[in-house]
Design a protein. Structure first.
Length: 477
């Protein structure tokens, strides 16, 4: 007791002395930012003493964060990117301070092994990048993503209560943003033209919003299936109905498709067909690309520049998509073709992480150009698999697909191995979310974003923790 009191006194005197010193330094130099040092130190200490709370705070911030640009070339997602740095730093220091916090079985887990191979190759591609500075920045950003969404949950999710808390924090925060978006969207009569404004500033556009929304729906389904109290089941059902309505009014074709593939994934996991289906998907995609490239068949599908337009009416938007006259679809074709042509020049190491924008335009084919091909937003190729191939070469794509296939295998394997209802549902839900993430990333490149990329890496950590926790608790078949 006396030792605890002395420790508290010592900490109080330390921070008080630090504050007085920085106050004097700020007054003498007129650099008043110095006064923030003791408060920063106090925040770090509070985080050190409440690491789980910091991690849950990060999860809470994900749907609520907004993009903030300091300049035309420097921007961040606030506050979640700052919290990622804090979380990553705290948990890295804690794992070094307490080496036993992560058991040997977790450190040597095959999924972590595949992740480290992917990261190792990414470092190699940075060395051969066409713009090393940009690629190094990408590598640094990737490091705190992994610290925040792989290392931290591996340490925090030691039991089912911690996992449930994480799911509820993320789910309820996304519900809050969804309700705000629905209320704001109602002022336009839920028209297609008003959806992007309704989801701002929390999401850049309806694509990012719908991608995160559709991935949270399986979480609520899992809570519904596990809940035994009728009153709470009705409340969760209401949340699911609200989320489904919001997804419909998001007018995002990719998210709608992801919902369908997610439902399909339930059956595939149950039948043990998930991994074979993934392999069929890969071979089908490869065959389609080869067929289109052979004798330049893709040129037959070139659109007319004058007929590609953006539609404010969603019905016209769908018809234009079917006729290949929707500008967003046409622009995807333009960038996909440019991207595939790029891979011929740098097949091994690629152009370097985060360098697509500055390299792709000379590879574009004028026949597929649209009136938005100037790409003022500096967006990328709109297909994460192709983006990985372009920027990290064939080995980079292979290692990413290897990791993805291993994650799908573990989701299916754990579902059939475990008999505990909670962890069995967790494995199933994780597999479904992964399939949804694969789907939306066929039409976008969201693994690097704070909204969807965080969920991808959380799925990785959850699969590892599910495997380890169930072995420890001996709740297997």
């Amino acid at each position: 007791m006396l030792a605890a009191v002395n420790k508290e006194k010592g900490l109080f005197l330390f921070f008080a002395a630090l504050f007085l010193l920085t106050l004097a330094a700020a007054a003498g130099s007129e650099d008043y930012w110095i006064m923030g040092i003791p408060f920063t130190g106090l925040l770090l200490y509070a985080g050190w003493m409440n690491k789980s709370l910091v991690f849950y705070g990060l999860l809470f911030s994900l749907p609520l964060s907004v993009e903030y640009n300091f300049s035309s070339t420097l921007g961040t997602d606030f506050p979640d990117e700052l919290l990622m740095l804090l979380t990553s730093g705290l948990f890295l220091l804690y794992s070094l301070y307490n080496r036993s916090v992560l058991p040997k079985e977790i450190k040597q887990h095959p999924l972590l092994f595949f992740l480290f191979i992917l990261l190792g190759w990414m470092i190699v591609t940075v060395l051969f990048s066409t713009n090393p500075l940009v690629s190094v920045k990408y590598g640094l950003a990737k490091s705190w993503y992994l610290g925040a969404f792989v290392l931290a949950p591996l340490i925090v999710f030691t039991n089912r209560k911690a996992i449930q808390t994480g799911g509820k924090v993320l789910g309820y925060t996304m519900l809050l943003v969804t309700l705000i978006a629905l209320i704001r969207h109602s002022s336009t009569g839920y028209r297609f033209a008003g959806i992007n404004e309704a989801v701002s500033p929390f999401f850049r556009n309806h694509v990012n919003y719908s991608a995160m929304l559709v991935c949270v729906i399986p979480v609520w389904i899992a809570f519904y299936k596990l809940e035994r109290r009728p009153g709470r089941k009705k409340w969760i059902l209401l949340i699911l109905l609200i989320s489904a309505a919001a997804l419909f009014f998001s007018y995002a074709r990719g998210a709608w498709l992801a919902l369908l593939t997610g439902l399909l994934a339930y059956g595939l996991i149950y039948k043990k067909w998930l991994v074979p289906a993934f392999l069929v998907f890969l071979f089908t995609a490869l065959a389609a690309v080869s067929w289109l490239k052979n004798n330049d068949r893709y040129l037959r599908f070139a659109h007319q520049y004058q007929t590609t337009v953006f539609h404010k009416d969603f019905g016209e938007h769908l018809v234009a998509t079917y006729k290949l006259k929707d500008v967003s679809t046409a622009e995807r074709f333009y960038r996909w073709i440019a991207g595939i042509r790029m891979t011929g020049d740098k097949p091994l190491t690629g152009f370097g992480p985060n360098t697509f924008y500055e390299n792709y335009k000379p590879y574009g084919i004028p026949a597929f150009k649209t009136w938005v091909s100037d790409n003022k937003e500096h967006s990328t190729v709109h297909n994460y698999f192709l983006l990985t191939l372009i920027e990290q070469g064939y080995p980079g794509l292979f290692f990413f697909l290897l990791l993805l296939g291993a994650m799908l295998y573990y989701a299916q394997f754990l579902y059939h191995r475990i008999r505990d209802p909670f962890y069995r549902m967790l494995a199933l839900t994780t597999g479904v979310i992964l399939v949804m993430i694969i789907t939306v990333n066929c039409l976008s490149d969201l693994v690097e974003t704070d909204k969807v990329g965080s969920l991808f890496f959380l799925c990785l950590a959850l699969l590892i923790r599910t495997d380890y926790n169930t072995r420890q608790e001996k709740i297997i078949a």
